[in-house]
Design a protein around this ligand. Structure first.
Ligand SMILES: C=C1C[C@]23C[C@@]1(O)CC[C@H]2[C@@]12CC[C@H](O)[C@@](C)(C(=O)O1)[C@H]2[C@@H]3C(=O)O
Ligand SMILES: O=C(O)CCC(=O)C(=O)O
Ligand SMILES: [Fe+2]
Length: 330
């Protein structure tokens, strides 16, 4: 872990006087073992773009193995972690998020799904093998769960074929991404004074769907439609699902991608692992015809490559979809 001096800490965004956060009584909860879950998913995606999943069949062993590998990685000396080079955008990153001047109280490892061996060059021999093994098992489980949820969404919206969304993630060329975020305790957070430090600034995820799991440290907040922020109580045995911008477009705005952020914690570290399910770069993203019938299409067609490029030209908090909206005919 890197210890920052006081002036260095001051460059981070602080948020003052946050009202005691509403402790989210109504976070949508989806029990995947229940037959009504597809309807609950649709409702949650329409109202929040976010929900919590329980009774998933991801083995706890896959979760704890990767958590322990990630903990080992973030405990390495900084010079070892830096062996992966600057994130461009993949690799190890420290405080700098993306290429456009965003900062957060976070260290991370951003990986593609094609397992570029260079990205793991801080490891060798047996350590490399155990890390890879844990990563492969976990990522396959995430892809499977994300695809099941996308198929339930297709069913719930009565779209055919039911793999119309999941096939984007199943494609060999799928541009999915995996991220490990480590938020060290931050000495500058003074909860009693209402002073908070941004761990990961507000944004929406550009992909189709994201599956997030964290340890038991709080920090994640989502923004409601009225602009208020609510804290998501951590639950290390469950997963949290975010609707991404691409799913907002494909549902012609019926689902909204959820704005979210992470606040640093004064005493505990937070470790999160997130699978971002994305389409192949050449895939055309546009509202699905069966969801547009009788309505106006709200978005222009674009490829995932075009959207991703435009996202990487933007800052975290920017509204990235605005450039792809159709101007409503009067
Ligand atoms: C500031 C940025 C970081 C980001 C790329 C971007 O230019 C805007 C989108 C950001 C985001 C948010 C969700 C994911 O964490 C991420 C990997 C992604 O696909 O889009 C990050 C990008 C990043 O950290 O490289
Ligand atoms: O680390 C977290 O809990 C969320 C981070 C996040 O939203 C992201 O990496 O896109
Ligand atoms: Fe995110």
């Amino acid at each position: 872990m890197v210890v920052l001096s006081k002036p260095a800490i001051e460059q981070f965004s602080h948020i003052r006087n946050i009202k005691p956060t509403t402790l989210f009584p109504q976070i949508p909860l989806v029990d995947l073992s229940k037959p009504e879950s597809k309807h609950q998913i649709i409702k949650a995606c329409e109202e929040f773009g976010f929900f919590k999943v329980i009774n998933h069949d991801v083995p706890m062993e896959f979760i704890s193995r990767l958590e322990s590998e990630a903990t080992k990685f973030f405990s390495l000396p900084l010079c070892e972690k830096k062996k992966t080079g600057q994130p461009e955008p993949y690799g190890y990153g420290n405080k700098r998020i993306g290429p456009n001047g965003d900062f957060g109280w976070v260290e991370y490892l951003l990986l593609t799904n094609n397992q570029d061996p260079n990205l793991l060059r801080f490891l060798s021999g047996e350590n490399l093998e155990t890390f890879r093994f844990a990563l492969n098992n976990y990522m396959s489980a995430m892809k499977k769960m994300a695809c099941e949820i996308l198929e339930m969404i297709a069913d719930g919206l009565k779209i055919q074929p039911r793999n119309v969304l999941s096939k984007l993630l199943m494609d060999e060329q799928s541009d999915s991404v995996f991220r490990l975020n480590y938020y060290p305790p931050c000495p500058d957070v003074q909860p009693l004074n209402g002073s908070n430090v941004i761990g990961f600034g507000e944004h929406t995820d550009p992909q189709v769907i994201s599956v997030l799991r964290s340890n038991n440290t709080s920090g994640l907040q989502i923004s409601l439609r009225d602009g208020s922020w609510i804290s998501v109580p951590p639950d290390q045995t469950s997963f949290f699902i975010n609707v991404g911008d691409s799913l907002q477009v494909m549902t012609n705005g019926k689902f909204k991608s959820v704005k979210h952020r992470v606040l640093a914690n004064s005493v505990k570290c937070r470790l999160s692992m997130i699978y971002f399910g994305g389409p192949p770069l050449s895939e055309k993203i546009a509202p699905l015809p069966s969801l547009v019938r009788g309505e106006q299409s709200l978005y222009k067609e674009f490829t995932w490559f075009e959207y991703k490029k435009s996202a990487y030209d933007s800052s975290l908090a920017d509204n990235r979809l605005i450039h792809f909206e159709r101007i409503a005919a009067s």
